[in-house]
Structure formats: structure tokens, C-alpha cells
Write a protein that binds this ligand. Structure first.
Ligand code: KG4
Ligand code: ZN
Length: 387
């Protein structure tokens, strides 16, 4: 019997060990996850998760530099792998006797930066050959990683049933590269209702942060600055497409509105560099104004995301709402979703904050589902892979 069919023979209820690899952008991440329960009730136990962030490398450039990112993945993958397998890491060509058998090697193949994706793919092939000859490589969609991240163990673990008490579900996936609204009839049956026509929500956060002189990545910076502004928002930014009947989004007009607002404030210099030179506590200090801009921008984004997601939930009689992607780490956004879903008596699910940014744990979850669904992507980097 071939290795592949050997694995296929296993029942869905039997635990599988998945080693997952994520290198689509600026995080190098490896994980070992135990999965069982099949598609009807998938459960995951995180045995190990290691992530090397490249934020410091890219920060001086104000964004991710693809060639630098590729080089960092190349450097970090073997280092993380050594840490992952522990002190008794095998030398080349040895089997790992004291290491769990790995059934699947889930590796992100897209979307993302192709030179970075290739690093992960080549590494998966190398460790399969050298250490895990029985493991099957599962090319995995990064967006499915975010999409299924809500299945990862949660701190305040909530019990949920993946049946008609849970579906249909509306999921909003908001990251640095994507803003997608999905209708999910089941874990694997879904359709895209809408997406951004220009900038992704995270991208808008990053660009507005840059206008305010804040470092990359801008999302957490804007959130931090907005928190300092406690008064009701005093600047009214547009809520693009909020009343449009479709479920598409657009954030580039909002970004431009922020730019024009900043340009109109001729006496104010919003850059962090200059703000630091001025008294921070003065009521009219640019720092406070920058906080007001950050708060007003964030509020506009949250209003649009919440309104359109909840409208879709009503239209499709959703039983639950899921929020995912790097931007879902934003507490104000989570709060807005929590409140509005509560008002409509809908379940609200979102992975813990630490699983919203890119990580290999979510890739293991998506890999497990792809394997069970027998979904086959080619083992090659596809930068523009869709959901
Ligand atoms: O999902 P992710 O880690 O990478 C992609 O797949 O794109 O998302 C990264 C994006 C960045 O644009 C970052 O600024 C944004 O998520 N982000 C946030 C927050 N944390 C990360 N945006 C708003 N508020 C946050 N707290
Ligand atoms: Zn991502």
C-alpha cells in the first residue's frame, strides 16, 4: 500500500500530527498541531508554535521588502526547525525516534510574496525527504488559515456546534492584503459576498499610520494612539460604500480624506518626529490631534466593516458571525462586533488575538481541512491565490 493511501485509510477520528510552515509575508512560523474530529467536529491541540517576526528588519523601510523577507525566511526556517524538534534534533537522514510521527506537512503556497512562499515550499520538501518520508505535503491556502483560525483553542473556550445551530455564518476576513466577506453554509461550502475594490483594511491602517509618522505595521500603532483619545470623535471622515447594496468595500477614498484633512491643518505637523519635540500634555499639541485623527479614522473603518457584515448576517439569516485576519486583533473592532452580534442574538467567534496575525497554527488547521476535503492545490507558489 502506498504511503498516501496509508494515511487516507485512517479514520477522521484518529489523531493526526501536522507540522505546518508559514512564510507568505514577514513572519516565519512553524507549528506542530495534533488534529482530530474530522470535518464535523475538528479539534486542535497546539503542541508547539514558533514564530520569528521580521518587523524590526522591515521597519526602517516603512513596509515589507520582499527580498529581505525572503532572506530572513531562508535564515529563520532551519533555526526554528531546530528549536521545534528540540535538543535531540536529528542529523540529516536520521528518523526522529523520540519525535511524534508527522502525518501531514502543511505549507502555505499562496497568496503572498512568491519568493517567500517558495522558501516555505522548498523547506517542506527538504524536511520531508530528510526526516518525515511518510508525511504527505499539503499545499495550503493562507486565506483558509485565517478563515479557520476560529477553530484553534480559545482562552475562554466557547462550545460550538458546527451544524445548523452555527451555519449559515458570515465571516469577515480583514488582513493586510485582503478584506473579504464570506457566506459559509458549512465549514467547506462558502461563497464570497464581497471584497475590497482597492486597499485592504490593514493596508489602509498602515498607510494612514505612515501619514501620521507612525512606524510599520501601522494597525497596532493607530489602535494605540486612538486609545489615547478619549473624547467622542471630533473629525467626521467618510464611511465609503456603507450604504451600497453590494458587499464590496473601498478604503482608498477614506485614506485620501485623512490626507486632505492633515494637509488642511496647515499649522499642525503630525509627524511623530515633530510631535515628540512639542509638549505632549498641551491641549492643542499635535500629538493629541494625531490621536484624534487616528480615532476618527479607526471609527470610520470599524463602522463600515461592522455595518456591512451585520447587514449580510441579517440578509442571509446567519446564526453566527466570524471575524478573522490581522486586523481582527483590533480590540475596538472586536468590541464593535461583540456588541452588534449580541444585539442580534448571533454567536460571535474570533480566534484569540495571538492567532489573528500570520502564524503556522492556523495553517495546520487549514491543511487538516484541505486534506480531509481532498482539496488539492499544486505544490508551487501562487502569489494571487484566491479564497
Ligand atoms: O493577517 P496579517 O498578519 O497579514 C496578512 O495576511 O496580510 O495582517 C497584517 C495587517 C497589517 O496591515 C497590520 O497593520 C494589521 O493587520 N493589524 C492591525 C492590528 N494588528 C495588525 N490593524 C488594526 N488594528 C490592529 N490592532
Ligand atoms: Zn495573513
Amino acid at each position: 500500500m502506498s504511503e498516501a493511501s496509508n494515511i487516507r485509510e485512517r479514520s477522521e477520528q484518529i489523531s493526526m500530527n501536522i507540522l505546518s510552515i508559514e512564510t507568505s509575508c514577514d513572519e516565519t512560523s512553524l507549528a506542530i498541531i495534533e488534529a482530530n474530529g474530522g470535518l464535523s467536529s475538528p479539534k486542535f491541540k497546539i503542541k508547539k508554535l514558533l514564530t520569528a517576526s521580521q518587523i524590526e528588519t522591515h521597519r526602517p523601510f516603512g513596509g515589507v521588502v520582499p527580498n529581505l523577507a525572503k532572506r530572513e525566511h531562508q535564515k529563520n526556517l532551519p533555526l526554528l526547525f531546530k528549536k521545534l524538534v528540540g535538543k535531540r534534533s536529528p542529523t540529516s537522514k536520521t528518523r526522529m525516534s523520540d519525535f511524534p510521527d508527522i502525518d501531514l506537512l502543511a505549507v502555505t503556497t499562496g497568496p503572498g510574496l512568491e519568493p517567500c512562499l517558495w522558501q516555505g515550499i522548498e523547506f517542506a520538501k527538504k524536511i520531508q525527504k530528510e526526516h518525515f518520508p511518510k508525511a504527505k505535503i499539503i499545499p495550503t491556502n493562507h486565506l483558509h488559515g485565517h478563515m479557520y483560525s476560529f477553530l484553534l483553542p480559545q482562552k475562554n473556550s466557547r462550545f460550538y456546534f458546527l451544524d445548523s445551530r452555527f451555519f449559515p455564518t458570515i465571516q469577515l476576513l480583514v488582513s493586510g492584503g485582503h478584506t473579504i466577506l464570506l457566506l459559509m453554509e458549512s465549514l467547506t461550502k462558502y461563497k464570497k459576498l464581497g471584497e475590497t475594490r482597492d486597499d485592504a483594511a490593514g493596508e489602509a491602517f498602515d498607510k494612514v499610520a505612515r501619514m501620521l509618522g507612525l512606524p510599520y505595521p501601522g494597525g497596532p500603532e493607530i489602535e494605540g494612539l486612538a486609545k489615547k483619545y478619549r473624547s467622542p470623535t471630533s473629525i467626521e471622515f467618510p464611511r465609503p460604500m456603507i450604504h451600497d447594496k453590494n458587499y464590496d468595500f473601498s478604503f482608498s477614498g477614506l485614506k485620501t480624506a485623512v490626507l486632505y484633512y492633515l494637509q488642511s491643518q496647515t499649522n499642525a505637523d503630525y509627524t511623530q518626529k515633530n510631535a515628540d519635540k512639542l509638549p505632549r500634555k498641551s491641549a492643542s499639541s499635535p500629538r493629541k490631534s494625531a490621536a484624534a485623527v487616528a480615532a476618527a479614522f479607526q471609527e470610520a473603518v470599524i463602522d463600515v466593516l461592522t455595518a456591512k457584515t451585520l447587514r449580510a448576517a441579517k440578509e442571509y439569516n446567519a446564526k453566527s458571525v466570524i471575524l478573522s485576519g490581522g486586523v481582527a486583533a483590533n480590540q475596538a473592532l472586536r468590541k464593535s462586533f461583540q456588541l452588534s452580534t449580541k444585539n442580534l442574538q448571533l454567536n460571535f467567534l474570533s480566534a484569540d488575538k495571538k492567532f489573528q496575525g500570520d502564524n503556522a497554527a492556523m495553517i495546520a488547521v487549514a491543511g487538516y481541512i484541505a486534506y480531509l476535503k481532498k482539496r488539492k492545490y499544486p505544490l508551487k507558489a501562487v502569489g494571487t491565490l484566491d479564497v
